[in-house]
Design a protein around this ligand. Structure first.
Ligand code: PEP
Ligand code: MG
Length: 922
C-alpha cells in the first residue's frame, strides 16, 4: 500500500490525491492524465478542481473484486474538499456540482477505457442545472447523456438500445441532428432512457449522486479488464498488472452558449515542430464533438477573433506548459462562459520525422541539451525513416489504420489468396495480399506479394512475424476492414473493394490508403550512404533538408557519447563496404559458409566423399586460393578495423544435395539400369551412389544440435586448417601490400574449453608456419563464440583459451529456451503471445531474465579470468534497440548487427550512454 505524505493535511490517505498534491512524475500512481492534471494545478493553470484515485486502488479492486473500504472514506473527504473549493455540492438541487469520472492509466490507451460525464445529475438536480444554466435544453441533454453513458458503461446495457430510442424520437420530431430536439423532447427521452435502464438492468437508474459516483469508479476499474483493453495492452506490451487511475473532475461546460466552447491544441506543429499555435476550436460544444467532426472547427486564429481574452489565456498556458515540459505538449481545453479551463495535457505524440526535427529545434532554442535531444528519439524511429516512403506531398485517401508490423511503403493490387498472389506476381504485377489473418499456407503468397495486410492479429501474429522476417511491408489488425475471401471483397465502412483494385499500405505507420500513392527513396538512407553534403544536394525541399540535418546532428552526437562500438555482420567485401560507409567500426561476424557454395560445392563434396587423405587434401588445396582471395578482399575493405572471421558453422549436409531428391534420383537410375535403359555413365551413377551413402551417413534428426561448428572442424580433418591458412595468408598478403589488416579467428559453437584448445593448437601452428613462410609477423587473435549455455556457464575456463568472446545470441536463445529458431516464431509464437507466455519474441529482443543472465555471468567470469578479454555480441539482438541497452548495461565492448541496422545501433548505443547519466550540457 502506498504512503502519501502529510503535505497540507494529515490523514492516512493512500488511495486518493487532490490535484494539488501530485505531480507529473507520479504516472505510476496517478496515471498519465492524473499526473499531468496535478502538474498543471501546481503550475497555477486553471484546472477544474478534482482528485485522482490511484492505480493502487484499482489493483486492490482487481485483487478483491470490491472497492477498498478506506477508499470510500477517502473519496468522501476528497469530495468535501472539492465541494468546498467549488462552492457547490454534488447533485445539489440548486447549482449542482457535477463531476466527470475519467480513466487514466500510466500509458495512454486511446479509446480503450471508459469515461462518464455529468455524474451528480438526477431528477432533482437536473432542475437545479436548468435554473443555474438558464438553459433547460442543456440540462436535459446533459441528463440523458449521463443515463446513456451510465447505462452502457456501468450497467452493461447495449449502447444501441439508447441510440435507437434517440433515433426514434428524432425521426418522430423530424429532427436531423441532436440539437434539433427541444428541452421537452429531451425530457421525454430521459424518461424513456430510465425505462430502458429498468428493463435491461433490472434496477432503476440510481438517483443518489454518491451511489452514481461509486458505481462509476468501480466501472472504470472494471474497464481496465475488458477484452479490448487486454488485447490492446498485449499488442502494446503494457503490463496487465498496472491498473488504471480514476480522475474525478468538476465538470465545466463548453456547450453553454456562444461564449463557451471546447478545443484541442499543440504547442508546436506535431508534424514539423514549427513553433506556433496549432489547434481547433468549436464554439458551443463538448469535448467529444471536436474529435467526432460533427461540425467544422475554427482555427485558433479564428478563436482569437471570437474570444481574445480566452485565447490570450490559452496562449499563455501553452507557453507555460512548453517551457515547463521542455517539449511539444498537446492540450485539451474548454471555455465556459468566457473562462478558460485546462482539461488535459501531455507530451504530444509525433511522427518519426517530427521527433528528430523537434529535438534539434528545442536544442537550438536552448530548451534542451543535445543529450536530451538524443533521448527524445529512438532507433525504431530512425529505422522508420530508412525505408522508402510515400511522398509526403502527394494526396492520398486514408481507408483504415492498423498496426505497423513491418516497415516500408507498398503499392499493389488487392488479392485475397496465396495462389492468385503467386500467379499475378509471376505476370509481373505488384500485389498486396489481403487476409483476415495469415497462416503457414499463405507463405507462398506472402513471398510473392509486395505487401501484406490483415484485418486481425497483432504485432506477433503470423503475418507480422513472417513479413518482418522477409522484410516485406506489412500492416496487421486493420479492424475497419471486413475481409471476405470467398466473395473476394473487402468492406471498409460503406466502401467495397474488389480483387485487383489498387491500395497502398504504410508499414511504418499502419495506414492503408485507397489507390496508388507515389513512393520516394528515403532521404535518410541517401544521407547515410553519401554523406550530408551529397544528400542535401539531392533536394531543395526545406522539410527534407531540416530532417536530414537533424538526423545528422543527433547521430553524430550519439557517436560522440556512446561507449559501445558498433560492428557489422558482413560476409562479403560488398557488405563490408556498405557497413563501413554506414559507420561500422569493424566486422563482428563474417560467416564463411557462403564461400563453400556455388561452383565450390563440388569441392566440398569431394572433401566429404574422399576415401583417402590425399584425395581430400587435393580438394582442400583447390579451395585454399579461393578462400584466400575472399579474405583478401574483405580485409582490404576493412583495412585498419577488426575483422572477425568465423570458421565454418552449419552442418556439412547443408552443402550436399537433398536426401529425398538424391534417393529418388538413385532409385530411378537403378531401375533404369535394371531395365537396361541407363541414361547416365557408370561413373556418374557410382558418384551418386557414393554421394547418397554419404548424405545418409550424415543425416541428422536435429542438425542444429548435431555435427556443426567446432564439432565439424574437429572431426573432418583439414577443414578448419584450410580456413585458418586462408585467413593467415590473406592477412600476410595485405601486410605485404602495405595494409593494416586486423583479422581475428572465431570458433563457433564451442561448449567445452577442450574444443577451443584443440582448435587453438592447430591454429597457432598454422599461423607460425605461414608467418615464417611469408616473412611477416601475424598478430591474429583467436576467440570463441559463446552461443551454448555450457559455454556461458564455463566462461571462466573458456577465457583461458580465448582472446575474445562474441555472444551468438541466436543460438544461445535457441538452446536456452529449447526453441528451434527456424520453426517456432511462425509456428506458435502468436498463441504464446496471446497466452502471455512471451511479450515479444526472444529472438527479436534479448530475454534479459534467462538468456541475459547467462550473458551477464559469462561477461563477469570471462573478465575475471582474463581482464583484457574483448567481448561483443553478433546475434540478431545486436541491432535491436532494447537489447543494445542491455548489452551496454552488462559492459560489452561492441554490438555487431546487419549493415542496415548499424545506424540504429549507433543511435541506441548513444542513448544507452546518456540514459546512464551523460554529462553533456551543450
Ligand atoms: C548466433 O547464433 O547468434 C550467430 C550469430 O550465429 P548464427 O546465426 O550464424 O548461428
Ligand atoms: Mg550461431
Amino acid at each position: 500500500m502506498g504512503q502519501a505524505s502529510c503535505a497540507g493535511r494529515c490523514v492516512t490517505a493512500t488511495y486518493v490525491f487532490d490535484f494539488s498534491e501530485g505531480n507529473k512524475d507520479q504516472k505510476d500512481l496517478l496515471g498519465g492524465k492524473g499526473a499531468n492534471l496535478a502538474e498543471m494545478t501546481r503550475l497555477g493553470l486553471p484546472v477544474p478542481p478534482g482528485f485522482t484515485i490511484t492505480t493502487e486502488a484499482c489493483r486492490s479492486y482487481m485483487a478483491t473484486g470490491t472497492l477498498p473500504a478506506e477508499l470510500r472514506v477517502e473519496v468522501t473527504m476528497a469530495l468535501r474538499r472539492l465541494e468546498d473549493a467549488v462552492g457547490r455540492n454534488l447533485g445539489d438541487f440548486h447549482e449542482p456540482l457535477l463531476v466527470s469520472v475519467r480513466s487514466g492509466a500510466k500509458f495512454s490507451m486511446p479509446g480503450m477505457m471508459d469515461t462518464i460525464l455529468n455524474v451528480g445529475l438526477n431528477d432533482a438536480s437536473v432542475q437545479g442545472l436548468a435554473e443555474f444554466s438558464q438553459d433547460a435544453r442543456f440540462a436535459w441533454d446533459s441528463y440523458r447523456r449521463l443515463i446513456q453513458m451510465f447505462g452502457k458503461t456501468v450497467l452493461g446495457i447495449d449502447g444501441d438500445v439508447f441510440a435507437h430510442a434517440l433515433d426514434t424520437i428524432k425521426s418522430e420530431r423530424g429532427a436531423t441532428i441532436d440539437t434539433d430536439l427541444s428541452a421537452k423532447d429531451l425530457e421525454e427521452l430521459v424518461e424513456q432512457f430510465k425505462v430502458i435502464v429498468r428493463d435491461h438492468s433490472g434496477r432503476d437508474f440510481p438517483q443518489h449522486p454518491r451511489e452514481q459516483l461509486d458505481l462509476a469508479i468501480a466501472a472504470i476499474f472494471e474497464s481496465w479488464n475488458t477484452d479490448r483493453a487486454r488485447l490492446y495492452r498485449r499488442r502494446e506490451r503494457i503490463s496487465d498488472d498496472l491498473g488504471t487511475a480514476v480522475n474525478v473532475v468538476s465538470m465545466v461546460f463548453g456547450n453553454l452558449g456562444p461564449d463557451s466552447g471546447t478545443g484541442v491544441c499543440f504547442t508546436r506543429d506535431p508534424a514539423t515542430g514549427k513553433v506556433g499555435d496549432y489547434g481547433d476550436y468549436l464554439p458551443n460544444a463538448q469535448g467529444e464533438d471536436v474529435v467526432a467532426g460533427i461540425r467544422n472547427t475554427l482555427s485558433l486564429a479564428d478563436f482569437e477573433k471570437l474570444d481574445p481574452q480566452s485565447f490570450a489565456d490559452l496562449r499563455q498556458a501553452m507557453r507555460r506548459l512548453e517551457t515547463h515540459y521542455r517539449d511539444l505538449c498537446d492540450i485539451e481545453f474548454t471555455v465556459e462562459r468566457g473562462k478558460l479551463w485546462m482539461l488535459q495535457t501531455r507530451v504530444g505524440k509525433r511522427t518519426a520525422n517530427a521527433a528528430f526535427r523537434i529535438a534539434t529545434q528545442l536544442v537550438d532554442e536552448h530548451l534542451i541539451t543535445m543529450d536530451e535531444a538524443l533521448e527524445r528519439v529512438t532507433g525504431q524511429q530512425l529505422s522508420n525513416l530508412m525505408f522508402p516512403q510515400f511522398d509526403a506531398g502527394a494526396s492520398r485517401t486514408l481507408l483504415a489504420k492498423g498496426m505497423a508490423a513491418s516497415p516500408g511503403a507498398a503499392v499493389g493490387q488487392i488479392v485475397f489468396d496465396s495462389k492468385t498472389a503467386q500467379a499475378w506476381a509471376a505476370e509481373g504485377k505488384d500485389v498486396i495480399l489481403v487476409r483476415r489473418e495469415t497462416n503457414p499456407d499463405d507463405l507462398g503468397g506472402m513471398i510473392a506479394a509486395v505487401g501484406v495486410l490483415t484485418s486481425r492479429g497483432g504485432k506477433t501474429s503470423h503475418a507480422a512475424v513472417v513479413a518482418r522476417g522477409m522484410g516485406t511491408t506489412c500492416v496487421v489488425g486493420a479492424e475497419a476492414l471486413e475481409v471476405d475471401a470467398t466473395a473476394q471483397t473487402v468492406h471498409v465502412g460503406k466502401r467495397v473493394l474488389k480483387q485487383g483494385e489498387v491500395i497502398a499500405i504504410d508499414g511504418s505507420t499502419g495506414e492503408v490508403f485507397l489507390g496508388s500513392v507515389p513512393v520516394v527513396p528515403s532521404p535518410v538512407v541517401q544521407y547515410l550512404e553519401e554523406g550530408l553534403d551529397a544528400a542535401l544536394e539531392h533536394t531543395t525541399d526545406e522539410d527534407t533538408i531540416v530532417l536530414v540535418r537533424a538526423v545528422d546532428r543527433i547521430l553524430k552526437h550519439a557517436d560522440e557519447v556512446r561507449r559501445l562500438d558498433v560492428h557489422a555482420n558482413a560476409d562479403t567485401a560488398e557488405d563490408a563496404h556498405r557497413a563501413r560507409i554506414w559507420g561500422a567500426q569493424g566486422i563482428g561476424l563474417c560467416r564463411t559458409e557462403h564461400m563453400f557454395l556455388g561452383d565450390r560445392r563440388v569441392l566440398i563434396e569431394r572433401v566429404v566423399l574422399a576415401r583417402e587423405d590425399a584425395e581430400r587434401q587435393a580438394a582442400l588445396d583447390a579451395l585454399l586460393p579461393l578462400q584466400r582471395a575472399d579474405f583478401i578482399d574483405i580485409l582490404r575493405e576493412m583495412d585498419g578495423l577488426p575483422t572477425t572471421i568465423r570458421l565454418i558453422d552449419p552442418p556439412l549436409h547443408e552443402f550436399l544435395p537433398d536426401l529425398t531428391a538424391l534417393s529418388v534420383r538413385v532409385a530411378l537410375a537403378t531401375d533404369r539400369r535394371e531395365r537396361g535403359e541407363e541414361k547416365e555413365t557408370q561413373e556418374e551413377f557410382d558418384h551418386d551412389v557414393q554421394l547418397l551413402a554419404a548424405v545418409e551417413r550424415m543425416h541428422e534428426a536435429n542438425p542444429m544440435l548435431g555435427l556443426r561448428g567446432v564439432r565439424l572442424g574437429l572431426v573432418v580433418p583439414g577443414l578448419f586448417a584450410l580456413q585458418i591458412r586462408a585467413i593467415a595468408e590473406a592477412h600476410a598478403t595485405r601486410l605485404k601490400e602495405g595494409g593494416h589488416p586486423r583479422a581475428e579467428i572465431m570458433v563457433p559453437l564451442a561448449a567445452s574449453v577442450m574444443e577451443l584448445r584443440l582448435v587453438r593448437d592447430e591454429a597457432e601452428a598454422i599461423l607460425a608456419e605461414v608467418a615464417k613462410a611469408e616473412g611477416v609477423e601475424l598478430d591474429i587473435a583467436i576467440g570463441a563464440m559463446i552461443e551454448l549455455p555450457r559455454a556461458a556457464l564455463t566462461a571462466g575456463r573458456m577465457a583461458g583459451e580465448a582472446e575474445f568472446f562474441s555472444f551468438g545470441t541466436n543460438d544461445l536463445t535457441q538452446t536456452t529456451w529449447g526453441f528451434s529458431r527456424d520453426d517456432v516464431e511462425s509456428a506458435f509464437f502468436a498463441e504464446y503471445t496471446d497466452l502471455g507466455v512471451i511479450a515479444v519474441s526472444p529472438f527479436e529482443t534479448i530475454d534479459r531474465t534467462g538468456v541475459g543472465r547467462l550473458v551477464r555471468l559469462a561477461v563477469e567470469e570471462g573478465r575475471a579470468a582474463r581482464p583484457d578479454l574483448t567481448i561483443g555480441v553478433c546475434g540478431e539482438h545486436g541491432g535491436d534497440p532494447e537489447s543494445v541497452h542491455f548489452f551496454d548495461e552488462v559492459g560489452l565492448d561492441y554490438v555487431s548487427c546487419s549493415p542496415f541496422r548499424v545506424p540504429i545501433a549507433r543511435l541506441e548505443a548513444g542513448r544507452a550512454s546518456v540514459a546512464k547519466g551523460g554529462s553533456d550540457t551543450r
